[in-house]
Structure formats: structure tokens, C-alpha cells
Design a protein around this ligand. Sequence first.
Ligand code: PMP
Length: 362
Amino acid sequence: MSADTVLSLVRDDLRAFAGYSSARSSALVGDVWLNANESAWSNPADAQGIARRYPEPQPQALRTQLAALYGCSADQLLIGRGSDEAIDLLVRALCQPGRDAVLVTPPVFGMYAVCARLQNAPLLEVPLRDSGDALVADIDAIIAAALSGNAKLVFLCTPSNPAGSSIALNDIERVAQALEGRALVVVDEAYGEYADQASAATLLSRYNNVAVLRTLSKAHALAAARIGTLIAAPTLIQVLRRCQAPYPVPAPCTALALAALDSDALAVTDARVAQVKAERDRLYQALQQAPGVLRAYPSHGNYLLVRFDDAQAAFDALLAAGVVVRDQRAAPQLHDALRITIGSPEQNDRVLQVLTARRAAA
Ligand code: PMP
């Protein structure tokens, strides 16, 4: 697929859109910068003077680090305010309101549908299928629905939130191949660090219509810094940059992210990911035996989806012990389910104590 075909997926009216030209994006050279109406002095609260000037729209040092982290080149990468911003940008830039559809696989992360609704893009829903031991993406149904329903964007969440299942790379490839020139396949790898398979970014050299979402919010423990990354064909990245807000990456967040990507911090992150995976397996085994648990789903994320005979009672018992979990009962197919994030070993013990005590009380 050539660069032109990926550009053909962008809304016709935005393909040549120039966007906002910020003071930081011009190639001027000088040592007295009076072109952006900034203050000449730092705020007393900003001891290091990192916040006085508008930041680089896409901080070069962070791009280099993220490209190394995610195994792509810097021109394939767009940094935004969490991966949430990239989802919104993709829907706005690719979907002509009222015409181009967004395909999602419920039950799944809700922002894809929210962004579609805001853009007035039709929503195509292809429910996850119960394979017997997991809720999995139905690849043939996704391809068929995308083709017949004029999907411009297909969101594949792997590992899926909240179901926990992964989509094999060859299945993602099958969707990308079937939809070449028709739709962009967005692979949301927000929880990719907790899974055991290679990133779909490895497909980008062969499929221009693949895009990958990554974030520092989960495994890297920087949810409040709001650093998300979209990895896609450079031509698409350039278009999206022009649609993005002028200064989407605050300088204090860049500094924090750079510090989090040095080798010492990365070693700690790796160790924590390993610990979460071990705890996830321990909790999964224990919950299978817990009273009132109908089913715990195997998970490749940092959470478990669990069905209860009385989900309200389980939710209330956990809450009474100070443990807040996510009630999933309003989601399709999940009328009896809670999602429990994997915590520290002590926090997970508390979850197990509460759910085991319910047996004693029953
Ligand atoms: N994708 C998935 C699947 C998520 O669960 C979340 C957050 N819960 C996000 C994207 C957004 O993450 P962020 O904006 O913090 O990068």
C-alpha cells in the first residue's frame, strides 16, 4: 500500500489542511525570542524555568526515546495527551460525519464509541465471542462488518479491556490485508507490556493501514502525565499533526517521561510488569476457587474480569473493606461482572480475604 493510499483514508477536506502554524514551528534562529507573547521572566514557582516558554510541539528528545522503546522510527510517531487524544484525532481526521463508520468490539474500552458519537460517525459493533474460555475478537465478523458497513476505522484492543484476551498478530494482519485501501486498523496496545506477544508495530512495514496506540499510563505508571503515542505511516502522522492542538505535550510532562525512560527507571518498570503478571496469575487461580465466583477470565492485561453469582454483593463487600473495583454490569454481555485491577501483593491479598470471607459468612 503506497503513501497515497493511506492518505486516501483521511477526510478529503483535511488532506491538504495546513492547521495552525505555531511560533515554535518556524525555523528561525535567534537568542532573543519575542515572537510568542511569552513572559520574559520565569514564574517564582518554576525554579528551573522549564515552563516559561511554549514547549516543542513534538519534543525531539522524547520522540527519539519513544521510538527506541516502541521499535519504530521517529517519523512514525505522534505524541499526544494520552492515547485518548490519538483516538479522538483519528476519528476526527478520518471520519466524514454521518458517513464513515467506526467499528468496535464490545464489551470494550468506551472511548472509541464516545469519539465516534462526538463526530457523528456511525458505530458498527461486532461483539466479542465466547470461545469457551475467553471473550475473543471475531475476526471474520469484523472483516465482513467493516466491508459492508463502510468502516473507516477499526479499533482492535489487545489485550482487550476489560475482557483480557489478546488478538494474534496473524489475525490483525488478516484484518489489515482485507481492509487495505478501505480502513485504518487501529491496534490499541495500552496494556501491551503485560502481554507476551510482539507489537503490531511490526506489521507497519508491510501494511500502511495499521496504526498502533501505546501509552505511558499503565505499565510505566505515569497516568497523570498524559503521554500517549500513536505509531503509524509517516504521511498519516503528518496529517494528524496538522489537526492536533498546537502544544499538546506540556514541558513538565516531557521531563517526567524522559526520566521514566532512562535505563534505571525502565529496569524498575520491567520488574513491576513481571510482578503484576505473577500476581495476575496468582489472583486468577485463587479467584477460580473463591465462593460466589462463576468465572474468572484469563487475562493478558493488568486486570481480571470476573463473573459472580451476586456481583452487587461482591462489589459491596469489597467496598466495605475499602477496595474499589470497576463495576462492568452495564456493559454488553457483562451483566454479572466486575473488573479488578491487579494491585500490590498486599492489596490483592485484601481482595482475596474479602471474597473468601464471604464464604464463611454465607
Ligand atoms: N486504551 C485503553 C484500552 C484503555 O483502557 C485506556 C485507559 N483506560 C486508554 C486507551 C487511554 O489511556 P491514556 O489516555 O491514559 O493513554
